[in-house]
Design a protein around this ligand. Structure first.
Ligand SMILES: O=C(O)CCC(=O)C(=O)O
Ligand SMILES: [Fe+2]
Length: 268
């Protein structure tokens, strides 16, 4: 049998048929991350969104800054470090202003319940993740990291506080900056984007759910962006319903989300 490797994307149809139990379990435990292929998201929607992203970030600063969703270069900090990236952080109710992003969102929205069902079956999660995400709460971030010299970490290591993050990064033929930590520990492994593949990162909310429902531990993914070449990525953050109860004292996912949100967009 082939050893399980993060660089080998999991075929989504096989995952749904229950044929990837070992690989999924191993990757989730080792990295809190895995890649999927054969997911049905069209290259048209994906490429359309990357093309839009490039044109949006090429605009002059005064035009970019007029958009409230725009976060400028070094505008975000993680643990005090200004990040050399610019982003468009697009809320679900603003998608109409970004048609190519909306097109991609439509496909991802239809795909998400199948992904959550496949994961719940394979990892034996009850109640299923699907039943906790009926409101379709998502956020989308388009990121642009310009060419840069001599900065080892362009997005310092962090965990996302989402349930899951679906990361689409441009296939440049080689690893183009994303690295995930082998757990436990901090040994970082580059993740090459692969042709049309989606990188799925476990967020802190899934880890928290696992604790509450006494599932086996599901570590959240520690990741960072290194490297120097220009990078475009699209992060699709999936959230559970705010009303989901997460502690015996009645604390809900909404309470936790608001707490994490005030600390930072990401939970370190
Ligand atoms: O640019 C990337 O691929 C990483 C983005 C990321 O970690 C995030 O948006 O939370
Ligand atoms: Fe992240």
């Amino acid at each position: 049998m082939q050893p399980v490797s993060l660089s080998q994307a999991i075929d989504f149809a096989r995952l749904c048929q229950g044929l990837e139990v070992l690989s999924l379990n191993t990757l989730v435990k080792q990295y809190g991350a895995f890649k999927i292929t054969n997911h049905g998201i069209s290259s048209r929607a994906r490429n359309g969104c990357f093309a839009y992203s490039k044109s949006a970030f090429e605009r002059p600063n005064n035009l970019k800054s007029a958009d409230p969703a725009f976060s400028p270069l070094k505008g975000e900090t993680v643990r005090g470090t200004a990040i050399p990236k610019e982003s468009l952080n697009i809320a679900k109710d603003k998608l109409g202003n970004y048609p190519p992003v909306q097109t991609l969102h439509k496909e991802l929205k239809d795909f998400t319940p199948r992904l959550l069902e496949g994961l719940s079956q394979t990892l034996r999660l009850e109640p299923s993740l699907n039943s906790l995400c009926t409101n379709g709460e998502v956020e989308i971030a388009l990121h642009h990291y310009p060419n840069i010299t001599a900065v080892p970490e362009r997005n310092p290591e962090h965990r996302d506080w989402s349930l899951l993050t679906l990361l689409l990064h441009e296939d440049t033929g080689i690893s183009n900056g994303l690295e995930v930590a082998e757990l436990p520990g901090r040994k970082f492994t580059p993740v090459d984007p692969g042709n049309g593949e989606i990188t799925v990162l476990v967020g802190s909310m899934l880890r928290r759910l696992a604790k509450y429902y006494c599932w086996e531990d599901i570590p959240s993914c520690v990741h960072r962006v290194s490297g120097t070449g220009e990078r475009y990525s699209i992060a699709y953050f999936l959230h559970i319903n705010d009303s989901t109860r997460l502690a015996e004292d009645g604390t809900t996912a909404g309470d936790i989300r608001r707490m994490w949100e005030t600390q930072s967009k990401v939970k370190n």
